[in-house]
Design a binder for this molecule. Structure first.
Ligand SMILES: Cc1cc2nc3c(=O)[nH]c(=O)nc-3n(C[C@H](O)[C@H](O)[C@H](O)COP(=O)(O)OP(=O)(O)OC[C@H]3O[C@@H](n4cnc5c(N)ncnc54)[C@H](O)[C@@H]3O)c2cc1C
Length: 475
């Protein structure tokens, strides 16, 4: 039986990027994929955010052979009955080709890959290592691994349970024999459409609640009925339209990490397809997961921090995405149907305060008395590390950085200073960052508040300035 340091199951973007990163770190990696590439995969619109990751990972060369369309505009019929053209760069790619090129790159770097693997079985051994059994072309192979990565997309391997953080969504899609010039997003009574040019046809997906499909008996009827209401362009709907259906709900895994396994990409959490963020988030989670795995394997004394870091990362992404989606669905004003009431149900918190309205240059600033100073796990160059941070009472998420700057020294710097002095101090200590931007961030997140004279000085915990933070250099 051949032994590996890490076994990754699933060779989509999340599995391949995890394999790449771990191979670079010197691990012996096994990557198992059940299908034969190239295979069709839904999820072909990339927002420009993906370019950051592909550039960082030096993988931009993989994009052009898979690129179908580059667009600078999306037509949106959403907020009222007018079509709005939103000017934003986006890409439509052939995921079959993109995923295949990524996998070929992984193979070229020496990762051991088993593709077209049937019947992948995983067993946790008493010593917490894993035994993996794979059937390929009627032959069984057995491998051992210290660590397991689940990158199987929406199909779970380790049944740890999932919880939905947005109402359920079902996607039905088909290829229509006409090509749009650019992507289209359109609200309809019981769901919404997303259409994009795909080679010389167009791919139109319809997203609705599963009960809408039940009402029409099957997804094909539901899709065709909904398509009749499409407004943005007139469609040619063939009689024998072939449709495909898949689950598009947003969920998070209940237990995405332990000391001997991690879930990455859609296996850890999924995003609403309207955001076109799925692949970008899958790559992001894979990059972070690789450092978490490296920490778990090399620095066992940091296990607790590494696990907490990854859990926090997922919780934060899920919470931000959930709020963003509720806000986006809430802006739809054409239909007031149960579908829209349900999807825009949760009110988003608007914490934004325009501090120009509240502050004068001579106003005194202070650290919010509800902040606690804590130690928080963060992503270092190679491992998960621990840094000083602040957390608000009754909240879980610590504030560690503003961009790449540590927050704690910044808070100390401007505590008890006037707005005018704060801006000068920030400029002096952080000359490469806009001081107004820093101040606005701290005030909008209520980490710094205006010191009203009636605030009792004793409301600030005196240990703020008597512990190790006091000795810390501000530079
Ligand atoms: C309808 C819909 C539309 C979407 N549109 C977009 C979009 O426009 N833009 C975007 O960025 N994202 C979109 N997404 C999301 C995007 O497709 C996913 O987020 C992305 O593919 C996740 O990557 P992954 O590597 O985690 O999983 P996947 O890409 O799903 O890869 C998982 C791999 O694991 C393999 N696998 C599964 N089980 C096993 C097993 N037991 N053994 C071995 N191999 C296994 C699968 O064959 C697959 O190759 C959409 C999703 C849906 C449902």
């Amino acid at each position: 039986m051949e032994n590996f340091d890490i076994c990754i199951v699933g060779a989509g973007p999340a599995g391949c990027i995890t394999a790449l990163e771990l191979q670079h770190l010197g691990y012996k990696v096994l990557l198992i994929e059940k299908t034969t590439f190239p295979r069709f995969h839904i999820g072909c619109s990339f927002s420009s955010g993906i370019l950051h990751w592909l550039t960082t990972l030096k993988l931009t060369d993989l994009l052009s052979p898979a690129l179908l369309h580059k667009h600078s505009m999306t037509s949106i019929l959403w907020e009222d009955n007018t079509i709005i053209n939103k000017y934003e760069q986006g890409l439509t790619v052939d995921r079959g080709i993109f995923d295949q090129l990524l996998l070929q790159h992984v193979i070229s770097l020496g990762v051991h890959v088993i593709q077209s693997a049937m019947d992948v079985r995983i067993q946790e051994m008493p010593d917490t290592t894993w035994m993996i059994q794979v059937k390929k072309e009627n032959t069984f192979f057995q491998f051992g691994a210290r660590f397991l990565v689940e990158a199987t997309g929406r199909k779970s391997l380790l049944k740890t349970g999932k919880k939905g953080y947005l109402p359920p969504l079902i996607a039905t899609y088909a290829f229509l024999p006409q090509s749009f010039k650019h992507p289209i997003v359109e609200a309809s009574a019981e769901g919404w459409f997303w259409g994009t040019p795909f080679k010389d046809v167009s791919l139109i997906a319809y997203f609705s609640h599963p009960t809408a499909v039940q009402k029409y008996k099957n997804s094909n009827n539901c899709y065709t009925a909904a398509l009749q209401t499409f407004q943005t362009v007139s469609l040619l709907i063939p009689n024998n339209l072939q449709t495909f259906t898949c689950n598009a709900s947003s969920y998070e895994d209940k237990s995405p990490i332990a000391s001997n396994y991690i879930k990455v990409g859609d296996a850890a959490y999924t995003t609403d397809p309207i955001s076109a963020q799925g692949v970008t988030k899958a790559i992001k989670s894979a990059v972070h997961a690789s450092k978490v795995i490296h920490t778990l394997l090399q620095q066992p004394h940091m296990n607790e921090h590494a696990i907490a870091y990854y859990e926090q990362l997922i919780r934060r992404d899920v919470s931000q995405h959930g709020q963003w989606m509720n806000d986006f669905y809430g802006r739809q004003q054409i239909f007031q149907t149960p579908f829209w009431q349900q999807y825009s149900g949760r009110q988003t918190m608007d914490n934004t305060i325009d501090f120009h309205l509240h502050l004068e240059p001579q106003d005194l600033l202070m650290i919010h008395p509800d902040l606690n100073f804590v130690k928080s796990p963060v992503l270092g160059m190679r491992f998960i590390e621990v840094q000083n941070a602040v957390v608000k009472k009754r909240e879980e998420e610590p504030y560690v950085f503003i961009d790449n700057l540590l927050i704690v020294p910044i808070l100390k710097l401007i505590h008890q200073q006037t707005v005018f002095n704060s801006i000068n101090l920030l400029y002096k200590h952080y000359p490469h960052v806009n001081p107004i931007y820093l101040l606005r961030y701290l005030i909008n997140h209520q980490l710094i508040i205006k010191k009203e004279y009636e605030i009792n000085e004793k409301t600030i915990d005196p240990t703020y300035f008597t512990d190790s933070y006091k000795e810390e250099s501000l530079s």
